[in-house]
Write a protein that binds this ligand. Structure first.
Ligand code: SF4
Ligand code: FES
Length: 370
């Protein structure tokens, strides 16, 4: 028996394949191979199960979801199941014809990632020459078709100075929302902390810019903000609380409480090939491992913020404290907090650190120019 409520949102990672090689990629170090990806019919069944379970919003993600040739068919199936569909894309692999087909299939919303506001920055960070130009073309098509658009600007030490321009671009593109997300250091991004960690001054400036822009652009643009948490005093409420509002389905059908959950070695994950989605959500061992507050040790157990942030991020606690049940070291009450802030300063001071690109077998880091 459990008191868990139904999930609101599901992230369907349709594939780990991706034309970009971002050094902060949030996909697992060990990616699901193409021959392990769920088939079209299996995804359709998952979407129907998700709707029955109570999911309202479906985020179609990857990797690059446009890499899946059946994307239009999957969108149609999700709409037929009654789900609100959001495509999370870099834009690479989308043509105007394909976007129109997605519109006809019922796609509700597009979330376009932004690696930088200039071709030089964006192409360097994405490891894909010509990517920025392509993305700007895709943004025009998105506007012409009339999809509601969210821009997702991922920021770090190298491009934080471009935040004001990213906000301008969101307005120019007619986006209703921008997600200003400072890089979260999970998975592959951990290899790039020296290259990407913002300085404390940059992190503070970003917060100031966001606060000012929220007032100035009220009614025009909604700004979601994920601050540089290594420099913060309280952690983020990761996933809205473990197993409380959302679930992720990996390309091979494993069902995860969050995108980085596979970094917690003692957890085992159910697969939609073997078990019904509702059983996995309510009774799965991984979902119940850190659900609610009963699992919390001190200082979280007696903290007045325990239902505000649910102890922060389990994957970050694993990566930084070696214990997924520990208080997130971002928190001032964590015994690791002081050490973390010192490490953040040290990472931020490593000025000459080179980017370590996300590699995929058989794919060059920088694609040839068209
Ligand atoms: Fe959140 Fe735990 Fe820190 Fe309290 S002690 S603020 S619950 S992370
Ligand atoms: Fe896994 Fe935060 S990323 S709980």
């Amino acid at each position: 028996m459990t008191t868990a409520r139904p999930p609101i949102a599901m992230l369907a990672e349709l594939t780990h394949r991706c034309p970009l090689s971002c050094p902060y990629c949030s996909n697992p170090i060990e990616m699901a191979r193409q021959d392990r990806e769920l088939s079209t019919d299996q995804w359709k069944d998952v979407f129907a199960q998700a709707a029955d379970l109570g999911v309202l919003q479906l985020h179609l993600s990857g990797g690059e979801p446009a890499t899946r040739r059946d994307l239009e068919e999957l969108v149609q199936a999700a709409r037929d199941a009654g789900l609100y569909t959001n495509l999370i894309t870099s834009g690479i692999g989308l043509t105007e014809k394909r976007l129109r087909a997605l519109d006809a299939a019922g796609l509700d919303h597009v979330q376009l990632s932004l690696q930088g506001t200039t071709p030089e920055m964006a192409d360097e960070i994405g490891g894909y020459r010509g990517g920025f130009k392509r993305k700007m073309q895709v943004a025009e098509w998105i506007g012409a078709i009339g999809f509601p658009l969210t821009l997702n600007a991922v920021l770090h030490r190298r491009n934080l100075h471009q935040l004001p321009r990213a906000l301008e671009m969101a307005v120019e593109m007619g986006a209703r929302r921008i997600e200003v997300a400072t890089v979260q250091f999970h998975g592959w991004a951990l290899k790039n902390r020296d290259a990407l960690m913002p300085t404390k001054a940059q992190a503070d400036e970003a917060t100031r810019i966001v606060q000012e822009a929220r007032l100035r652009l009220k009614g025009t643009l909604v700004i979601d903000y994920v601050p540089a948490d290594y420099h913060s005093d309280y952690p983020k409420r990761c996933m809205g609380g473990w197993g409380s509002t959302g679930l992720n389905v990996a390309p091979d059908g494993q069902v995860l409480p969050c995108h980085a959950a596979q970094t917690i070695p003692h957890l085992t994950f159910d697969n939609v090939r073997d078990r019904a989605l509702s059983e996995i959500w309510y009774d799965g061992a991984a979902f119940n491992a850190y659900r609610g507050t009963d699992w919390m040790p001190e200082p979280c157990a007696s903290c007045e913020r325990k239902t505000v942030d649910f102890g922060g991020c389990r994957c970050q606690a694993m990566a930084l404290a070696g214990d997924p049940a520990a208080t997130d070291p971002v928190c001032v009450k964590s015994p690791h907090h002081v050490d973390l802030q010192a490490r953040a300063e040290a990472h931020a001071a490593a000025e000459d650190a080179a980017l370590v690109y996300r590699g995929q077998p058989g794919k060059p880091v920088i694609e040839p120019a068209e």
